[in-house]
Ligand binder design. Sequence first.
Ligand code: HEC
Length: 462
Amino acid sequence: MNYPAWDVAHIGSGWVIGIIAIFHVLISHFAVGGGLYLPIAERKALKEGRREWLNLLRKHSRFFLILTGVFGAVSGVGIWFAIGLANPEATSALIHNFVFAWAAEWVFFLVELSCAAVYYYTWDRVSPRFHLAVGWLYAAASLATLIIINGILTFMLTPGEAWLSAAGTGREASQFWPAFFNPVYWPSLFLRILVCLNLAGVWALASYSKIAKASDGLRAETLRWSARWIAPGFLLLPVFLAWFLWSLPEPRRALLELGVHTIGPGAFTQATRAALVVLVASAGVAGLVYLFAWKSPRDFGFSHAAAVLALAAAATGAGEYTRELLRKPYVVVRYMYSNGVRVQDAARFNREGFLTRSLWAAGAASLEKRGEAMFRGQCMACHTRKGYRSMRRLLAGRNEESIGNLLRTLHERKEDSPYRAFMPPLVGTEEEIAALKTYLAKLAAPSGGEEKPAVVKQIASQ
Ligand code: HEC
């Protein structure tokens, strides 16, 4: 169960995680792709004795160090803060199940960040061979961080039968490897590596687009060389995406199809829309890079690079968003719902009460306060009162009785309930559900549950 420690108005705590995560994903994938880009480019430049290109790479590696070492590292810690506050139960479950994976992850982070710093500060101070070796070590360490985190992220989407059958028995650790190398581990890893290569190319374009037009030859050459990094992504992305979707269990894929059937008026079209954004934006990146960076590198300016970067950000962000949506209504599929309620605990909460174990709700004497505690504990993982997926908007026009019916539907969660696909069951005793009904009815009322100032009341009653 989650502590309602964090009540973020308008956007909800989920979007706080989302905003930090999209920013972080863009930078961290660049860290991995760029980690490969730098030594490969350096080796080529060394072999061909290209002094001016080496100078460029040195500048690029500074940009790289600041972006990944400062913004990447800080936003990574930011994700931990945000998930720890928004969903402590799920965060705790991930830490407990993957403690050694996390430990290894942090060791590789340390190696990665140290190498990035050594790499930048030792240009021309150590032998080219040694410098290149630091570059390769950086590349290997950053790839290792991706290989590890990918296991944990994909676990949340498809924990796999072996781990699920051990979940809650205390023997979870015996299923570490099947949980780690879960059904979508490989397609997801290859997809992410492609994204890394693409982002390395895209950021390099941004960096080289600022080269003075005077050194035209170099500019054109480096831009075209970097543009090639987009090609594998363009050619293989659809293949790996198809493999990824094909590896998903049926109920997950159904969330996408649900979107297709109901597109337009439907209740849950976001997953499909976000998946379409991934495809359109990726095609946009490929098109822009081909037309401008490849075909006419002389005209390629920073504004072109910024447009490519914005599209790449849209594609990456939409990709992560799709992955999150495919998990609904779970945070760890079939094990824990998005609101931190474990599937196996639902029956007990219905018997013994949901609020009975909540210190924060113990003092809530009034029905409405108890209802609010239910709302914060069970609904606010996905809804806000009046902002994103606003409860007021979704309940508009419903009176207390029809809200009661809706809550019963959520509570019983019958096989044919339309809400099953994207909402967890409402758990708790009859009394607690009645309290939630009272609270929601007040929230949905035109005044929105806000006490009107006495003057307004007076005018209204006249
Ligand atoms: C796992 C995320 C999640 C949780 C937790 C969740 N919901 Fe929802 N809910 C959704 C989504 C997604 C929709 C569809 C939203 C849309 O159409 O914009 C939705 C829609 C709704 C609707 C509109 C349904 C309709 O038929 O118009 C209501 C009412 C609602 N939720 C109430 C609740 C209540 C009450 C709770 C807490 C007991 C809750 N939800 C918990 C995800 C969730």
